[in-house]
Design a protein around this ligand. Sequence first.
Ligand code: DOR
Ligand code: ZN
Length: 343
Amino acid sequence: MDRLTLPRPDDWHLHLRDGAMLEGIAGESARHFSRAIIMPNLVPPVVTGAQARAYRERIMAVTGGDFIPLMTLYLTETTDPAEVRAAYEDGIITAVKLYPAGATTNSASGVRDLSKVRGVLEVMAEAGIPLLTHGEVTDPDVDIFDREAAFIERVLDPMRRTTPGLRVVMEHITTSDAVAYVETAPTDLGATITTHHLVINRNNILVGGIKPHYYCLPVAKRETHRKALLRAAISGDPRFFLGTDSAPHPDSDKESACGCAGCFTATNTLSILAQVFEDAGALDRLEGFISRHGPAFYGLPVNTGTLTLQKTDTPVTYPARISTGAGPVTVFDPGFPLYWRVM
Ligand code: DOR
Ligand code: ZN
């Protein structure tokens, strides 16, 4: 098989930022993806329907064309359940994002005490609004490599038990624990998997010198976990779908004494995924992962447009960095040649 035509894919977890960065990088996603779930962790965060609507307009002013940004609200301890319901019913938002306070970039306004958002979660369960979780605890006593597993046990599982009917996406899963948890859950729980977590493990970040462009959160774990993610991605199980978590930062913020978390994969994500799936002998499962499972979870139609990937004899070339008005942004380097070109 050297040519693959699929329904146009969607990205179910994407950071587009705002202003000069948005202008510089949005086209990298809009070129290939039909829709994307847009993360609300701007400064200040997107907490009201009016802010989400205005942000959607700023995105569409940059992307033009057919790209559809699916907006999210940033859950805080003071989020008004009525605001969430109204924004959803007015078609402004598709989901709500839970950041445990302090877990990652711009999460300071996130949730410290889940009991404070009970009312919102109940409304979401009733209205069928998905909750997207950054699945890491922030307890300083928990090792950074254990924070996802601890989140499942201490936060996610109790929350799902006390809020029956709540649809949850565990975002950017990085562990075999998360894969196992999702596999045993009913279909009201889904999980996104990023491109970079299918490619790198923690050695790639740390062996032979620290590689800031491989640092993201949740941080990549050991190789056994990467293999579990790959197994889930190629399994055909509809609960697993692509959310790139492509998260641009200017190089000066990554290559720093306190470097920001985030891998920017929008530019070469589809070439990488085709290569990874082919190398795993699972090219026939790519369509489900990037084009079908996400819409099924969100109750949306599969895109009618198509995208073609062509196998090439010489490696695909792509820019090492994208220049933006906010500074250059390094494109994720998978560390191996890519032989699938998006036509
Ligand atoms: O690596 C990450 N970068 N993880 C996140 O959760 C946030 C994101 C960002 O906004 O840069
Ligand atoms: Zn993210």
